[in-house]
Design a protein. Structure first.
Ligand code: PLP
Length: 389
C-alpha cells in the first residue's frame, strides 16, 4: 500500500484547502522535482550552462535509464524531447508513406495526432481511417482485424484517451497490426505514470509520453521510445542526431538519439528524471492502485447527484473520470469549482473529435485524481458538484 501521508507531505501543492483533480492536464510535482529544476537553474546562473551540465552528466544519463526501468526498455531506445506531441510526430513523420498507403487511427485519438495524420495524408496520397470502437467504447479488435491489409503502414493506438478513463487493449491490437507488418505507434501520454507500462509486453514499435501529466514532471518535457531494431530516418537531423564525418558525408546516430536535437532544457530533463525516479521508488503498481481506487470512488459518488452523468467508457478503467452536469456548461462548472479552489479541466470535442461527435458531446468535465489526493478532498469535490444546481 502506498503511504498517502508521505506522498502528500512530499507534494508542496497539496493542503491549504486546494482540491487538485487535474493530473491528466498538468499535475502537482513532488518537492524533489521542483528542487532539482531550480537547483540546476541556479547553478547555470553561477557557472554557465555548459559547466553546469558537465557537472550533472551522470544524472543526465540516469534520466533515460530511469525511463527505461519504468517502461522496461533499454536506455538507448529512448529519445528525450519537449512534449508527447513532439515525440509522436517525430516518429510519425519518419514513417515512409506513399499514395494508396493507409494510416489507421483510434476512435478517441488525440487531435494533434489526427491532424498530423491528415496533414501527411494530404501530402502523400495516403488515407486516414478510424478504427471503430466496440460496444463498450474501447478499440474494436475484430473491426481492426477486418480492416488491416498490406497497405496499412501505420496504426496509431491510444492507451488511455484524453477525455475518459478507458484503457485500450494495446497488446492485442498490436499483434493484429503486426500480422501485415504495419508499424504501431502508441500514444501513452495519459497512461505513462499512471498504469504500469511494459513495452516488451505491449509489443509496440514506438511510444510517446509527456512529463507534466501523471509522471508529475516539469512542463516542456516528454520522451519517445523506439524499438531498437527499427532503422527509421528522422525527417530532420542536426549534429547530435547525426555526425558530420566527411565533407559530403554524415552518419545518423544508431540509437534513439537520432530523434533528439543537441540543445535542450537541461534543468527540465533533470526534473523529469527526478520525477521518474520518485515514481519508481513509490512503486508504479501501488501508485496506479491508489489512482484507480480514487477514480472508482468518484465514479460511484458522482452519479448519485441528480443531473450528473459519468461519461467514461470501456471495459477497463483508469484514473480519468469524465462527466457532464445537465443544464450547466462544462466551462461554467469548472469556473464555479475553481472559485472554491477545486481544480479540474474541460475536455472539448475538438480534442477528440471523432469520439465526441459520435456521442453527441460538445465537452466533458475531466476529474483526474492522482495518489496525492485524499478521500476527504474527493468528498469536498463531490459536495461542491452537488451544490451547483
Ligand atoms: C495531453 C495529450 C497529448 C499531448 O501531450 P503534449 O505533451 O501536450 O504534447 C497527447 N495525447 C493524449 C492522449 C493527451 O492526453
Amino acid at each position: 500500500m502506498l503511504d498517502e501521508v508521505q506522498v502528500r507531505a512530499e507534494t508542496p501543492g497539496v493542503g491549504a484547502g486546494l482540491v487538485f483533480l487535474d493530473s491528466a492536464g498538468s499535475s502537482l510535482p513532488p518537492r524533489i522535482v521542483t528542487e532539482t529544476v531550480v537547483t540546476h537553474l541556479r547553478r547555470e546562473a553561477e557557472v554557465g550552462g555548459y559547466r553546469a551540465a558537465q557537472e550533472r552528466l551522470d544524472a543526465l544519463d540516469g534520466v533515460k535509464a530511469a525511463i527505461g526501468r519504468l517502461i522496461n526498455a533499454a536506455p538507448a531506445s529512448i529519445a528525450l524531447n519537449d512534449s508527447a506531441t513532439r515525440a509522436w510526430t517525430d516518429f510519425f513523420y519518419a514513417v515512409p508513406l506513399r499514395e494508396g498507403d493507409r494510416i489507421l487511427i483510434s476512435g478517441a485519438d488525440y487531435a494533434a495526432n489526427a491532424i498530423a495524420a491528415l496533414h501527411r495524408a494530404r501530402a502523400t496520397g495516403a488515407t486516414v481511417e478510424p478504427i471503430p470502437d466496440d460496444p463498450s467504447g474501447q478499440l474494436d479488435l475484430d473491426a481492426l482485424a477486418a480492416m488491416i491489409d498490406e497497405r496499412v503502414k501505420l496504426v496509431s493506438l491510444l492507451h488511455v484517451p484524453t477525455n475518459g478513463g478507458l484503457v485500450n487493449p494495446v497488446a492485442e491490437a498490436t499483434r493484429i497490426a503486426h500480422r501485415v507488418g504495419a508499424l504501431v505507434l502508441l500514444d501513452a501520454c495519459q497512461s505513462t505514470g499512471q498504469l504500469a507500462i511494459d513495452v516488451a509486453e505491449l509489443g509496440v514499435d514506438a511510444l510517446s509520453a509527456t512529463g507534466r501529466k501523471w509522471l508529475r514532471g516539469p512542463r516542456g518535457t516528454g520522451f519517445l521510445y523506439v524499438r531498437p531494431d527499427l532503422a527509421l530516418e528522422p525527417q530532420r537531423l542536426d549534429l547530435h542526431s547525426a555526425t558530420w564525418t566527411a565533407p559530403q558525408e554524415y552518419r545518423i546516430a544508431e540509437d534513439a538519439t537520432r530523434f533528439e536535437f543537441w540543445e535542450s532544457d537541461i534543468a527540465g530533463r533533470l526534473g523529469l528524471g527526478a520525477a521518474v525516479e520518485y515514481l519508481l521508488e513509490l512503486g508504479p503498481e501501488q501508485v496506479y492502485a491508489a489512482i484507480a481506487a480514487r477514480a472508482e470512488y468518484l465514479r460511484k459518488a458522482l452519479p448519485e447527484i441528480a443531473g450528473v452523468t459519468v461519461r467514461d467508457l470501456g471495459a477497463r478503467r483508469a484514473g480519468i473520470v469524465s462527466f457532464t452536469v445537465d443544464g450547466l456548461e462544462s466551462t461554467r462548472v469548472r469556473d464555479r469549482l475553481a472559485e472554491q479552489e477545486i481544480t479540474l479541466t474541460v475536455s472539448h470535442a475538438s480534442s477528440t473529435l471523432l469520439d465526441m461527435n459520435r456521442r453527441g458531446l460538445a465537452s466533458v468535465l475531466r476529474a483526474s485524481p492522482h495518489a496525492f489526493v485524499s478521500y476527504p478532498e474527493l468528498d469536498r469535490f463531490v459536495a461542491a458538484v452537488a451544490a451547483l444546481r
